[in-house]
Design a binder for this molecule. Sequence first.
Ligand code: ADP
Ligand code: MG
Length: 148
Amino acid sequence: MKVSLPDLAAMKRFGREIAEALRPGDVVALTGGLGAGKTTIARAIIAGLGHQGEVPSPSFAIVELYEPPSVRLPLVHADFYRLSRPEEAEEIGLDDYREGAALIAEWPDHAGGFAHEPGCLSISLEVLDDGRMAIVEGGDDWLGRMPQ
Ligand code: ADP
Ligand code: MG
């Protein structure tokens, strides 16, 4: 499925749709180069889950954890850009963070990739002259949950 995201308002709407469909254990894998809009989508999802206020980019901390009651469900926002080996995801305790939580992963390929996990929604962002294009892939279950 392709989704046209011409401006920031469209990014916010799209993120909110994902937030409404998100369940514990899900993975949202965000790919695309630097500046493609991965953190922008992540922020919109986190806001859609109820978080108010700033959402720092996790590029330095690698993971940021959001927990109820400020969000509807526990969520890990990770940016794996700085991992030099996929095994480091395990070393920083990612599996512990993920227990019962949903995961939004920027640069998932640096952490071994999550695209083949059940419940993974994969969003690949392309920069256009005017905004962004998202190529969205997920299991039947995921795509059935998203507005067409
Ligand atoms: P990434 O996390 O992929 O490196 P960011 O989410 O930080 O990228 O976005 C980089 C810049 O692109 C930001 O300044 C953001 O406002 C802008 N941007 C994101 N989505 C869009 C869009 N659909 N149209 C125009 N600008 C956008
Ligand atoms: Mg980013």
